[in-house]
Design a protein around this ligand. Structure first.
Ligand code: ADP
Length: 497
């Protein structure tokens, strides 16, 4: 594998942690218990900062602030245009702090700085511009009904939204959740992931500078079983949105049901198939399949973690996929040209290594990698397995790491069936020059997104979400607004009887 040893020095600006407290009612405050927890640098396990640790009592305080801001505050009452202006101003402020914010994201998460600076922060800005554009275009309907009645259907904000986000894309997950909720006029209590609490606090400060009224966006850092569970089961939270593992998704859905039956949207795990047909340009397919799996250290819910390759091009593909993985530049994510940083924490690091061991034990062929990279931090060598069979654990479970598994197929109908034989259904890809194949496969796959001759194309306007155990509901695009709107029918007789 390439290392970053010969690469240039760090390219990111120096950054300090300015905010580590909870954000409740527009103010940074200590947690009720006074407790803190450390957030760690995944490059070396060192403490970046001690962050206020919220739990049930802090969630109560935050929900109360959000409730008040919703019931009495200006946010849901101001004109949609004014809301839109504040969101736009916020996005513009973030854009000005692009590099500093990207540097902080890399520090807390370990992702390559260039990825954060050139793609994720700009995408964050784009998402808020997109949702600012929706704010004043959300409206109801009038519907024709039988009988002499006028029927208006009003679209109202739903109230206090509870949002729980993961650590793999801390900023983008913030944008996917907060953007639509605010555009629709809701107020929010957001629980960040315990591994990556820092950038949400940074941008929340900017949101208030842009004019967001206090109590509209409250942020509680803390752990899942305490803060997260308190939010999911809160009686005064009107809607819950969650992104994370399928296992935890089931827990929060149950908590929501057992408390006040708040509606829940879930964006969960995946085991996405990527089908490489015999007519594909192999060099391009290798590069795309590599990107589709290894992007973000393999820590993507939609990672193409089952690469199905047609038997006629299989050997060539495996050889080239291995060569590409061995060229992958692993190292300090702050350095120029680095493609892969560390995994997020020791738990994920150990989990991925355990899956690699299971792949070897089940007699898949380890083409390259398989070990930790270097001697400190949570780096893992880019790993490629060939001769993977459908019933191996590495072909069934979500690994969430830099481990490519390559499977062989010989018939398109066979591979469709195999691709669909999973509990997940988040995303899928197909690589072919044949339009009939592309159409057949994309319609037959049971997945919320099918990328044809591309992968990981994200856009604010494209809906994203899962079939089966990959989730409930869609985020981004017009579909995301429905998650944050209540529908009210107002029925009035045309003439009083
Ligand atoms: P991972 O295993 O990748 O950390 P999780 O699904 O456990 O994924 O975490 C995603 C988010 O869910 C995080 O913010 C985490 O704190 C939160 N979480 C974890 N457990 C619970 C729980 N029991 N209730 C509510 N939220 C939880």
């Amino acid at each position: 594998f390439s290392t970053s040893a010969s690469l240039e020095e760090p390219i990111a600006p120096a950054v300090e942690v300015q905010h580590s407290k909870l954000l409740i009612n527009g103010k940074f405050v200590d947690s009720a218990s006074g407790k803190t927890f450390p957030t760690l640098d995944p490059r070396n396990g060192e403490v970046i900062a001690h962050v206020a640790e919220g739990d049930a009592e802090d969630i109560d305080r935050a929900v109360l602030a959000a409730r008040k801001a919703f019931d009495e505050g200006p946010w849901p009452r101001m004109s949609a245009y004014e809301r839109s202006r504040i969101i736009l101003k916020f996005a513009d402020l973030v854009e000005k702090h692009n590099d500093e914010l990207a540097a902080l994201e890399t520090w807390d998460n370990g992702k390559p700085y260039e990825q954060a600076a050139k793609s994720e922060v700009p995408m964050f800005v784009r998402l808020f511009h997109y949702y600012a554009g929706w704010a004043d275009k959300i409206h109801g309907l009038t519907v024709p009904a039988d009988g002499p009645h006028q029927v208006q259907v009003l679209h109202e904000p739903i109230g206090v939204a509870g949002q729980i986000i993961p650590w793999n894309f801390p900023l983008l997950m913030f944008a996917w959740k907060v953007g639509p909720a605010l555009a629709c006029g809701n107020t929010i209590v957001l629980k960040t992931a315990e591994q990556t609490p820092l950038t949400a606090l940074y941008v929340a400060k900017l949101f208030h500078e842009a004019g967001l009224p206090p109590g509209v966006l409250n942020i509680v850092s803390g752990f899942g079983p305490t803060a997260g569970a308190a939010l999911a089961s809160h009686m005064d939270v009107d809607k819950l949105a969650f992104t994370g593992s399928t296992e935890t998704g089931k827990v929060v859905l149950e908590l929501a049901a057992k408390s006040n039956l708040k509606p829940v949207t879930l964006e969960l795990g995946g085991k996405s198939p990527f089908i490489i047909c015999e007519d594909a340009d192999i060099d391009k397919a290798v590069e795309l399949a590599h990107f589709a799996l290894f992007f973000n250290q393999g820590q993507c819910c939609c990672a193409a973690s089952r690469t199905f390759v047609h038997e006629r091009v299989y050997d060539e593909f495996v050889e080239k996929a291995k060569a590409r993985a061995m060229k992958r530049v692993v190292g300090d994510p702050y350095k120029k040209g680095v493609e892969q940083g560390p995994q997020i924490d020791s738990e994920q690091f150990n989990k991925v290594l355990k899956y690699i061991k299971s792949g070897v034990e089940s007699n898949a062929t380890l083409e390259c990698g398989g070990e930790r990279f270097g001697s400190k931090g949570y780096f893992i060598q880019p790993t490629v397995f060939s001769n993977v069979q459908d019933n191996m654990l590495i072909a069934e479970d979500e690994i969430f790491g830099p481990v490519q598994t390559i499977l062989k197929f010989n018939d398109i109908n066979e591979v469709i069936q195999r691709a669909n034989k999973t509990r997940y259904g988040l995303a899928a890809g197909v690589f072919t020059r044949n339009i009939d194949t592309a159409n057949t496969v994309s319609r037959a796959l049971k997945a919320g997104t099918v990328w044809v001759n591309c992968f990981d194309v994200f856009d604010a306007a494209i809906p994203f979400g899962g079939y089966k155990m990959s989730g409930i509901g869609r985020e981004k695009g017009i579909y995301s607004l429905n998650n944050y709107l209540q529908v009210k029918a107002v029925v009035t007789p045309l003439k009083n009887a």
